[in-house]
Design a protein around this ligand. Sequence first.
Ligand code: ZN
Length: 322
Amino acid sequence: MAVSDMVKKVFLVALGLTLAWAGPASAAGKVRAFVSILPQKYFVERIGGELTDVSVLVQPGANPHMYEPTPRQMAALAKAQVYFAIGINLEDVWLPKLKGANRDMLVVRTQEGVDKIPMIEHHHDEAEHHHDEAEHHHDEAEHEGHDHAAAHSDEHDHGILDPHIWLDPVRVKTIARNTCDGLVRADPAHKTEYEANLAAFLNELDKLDATIAEAMAAIPVGKRAFMVFHPSWGYFAQRYGLTQVAIEAGGNEPSPRHLAEIIEHGRELGVTVVFVQPQFSKRSAEVIASELNARVLPLDPLAEDWKGNLLHAAEAFGRALS
Ligand code: ZN
């Protein structure tokens, strides 16, 4: 064998090794993933396990409807391999910018195929708004993100689809499947692991759904209404036969007149509990609760321990409503 052939052979072997190492999960040996909100970190980790390194865009305690990435997050995002979107409004604003800065980043829309319901808003006093129906012909895509951040009035909320899809275990099955597909696309070498983890997670979601359904079925009819400042629990309520009444109006504190309407509405429905979430104001919730002689309880729609939090929520609903 000539020396030049030898060199060529060594070079090809070295190149082969380099290529083998340069797979998607190369650098730290893990898929560098970004998600919008904490519950998604739970989903990605359930399916990706040790094979993934997950960063969360909206920091704990921050309002996801008004979040802006920090410069440090922007730098980390420039190196991310996959972004798991879930359909909240900040993605409409930031994903195009992030894609511009990181063209190789795979964007996975985990909300794909999840059926959405309109945001349930308070009862409007139509006379107060004077709105022109023609104003409501907005582009659906614009609304998908439930744009609380924009300083708009609550009349825009009529057409908005509820983005809080992660609080219904059945819808989470679709989110989980989409998450698994995204991981397989980013890191095909570990397809078997991802799919096995998905199967186990789907099985657990069925059990979780059954457990919550059983607990919620015990709540007497006529005691199934609850109030919440920010209406995050629409899908949970729909799934388990509860009635959610929102306090906020277009992301803001209600006006005194609207507050009076809500109190009246709460009386009619026999509301005995008002839930507040750490990311939003408690002020009007406390006013309403004292008027209704109802309790104020915390309920977090964005906890990182997604499953534990949902079980805790079911327990809180069960205790508060029976
Ligand atoms: Zn929200």
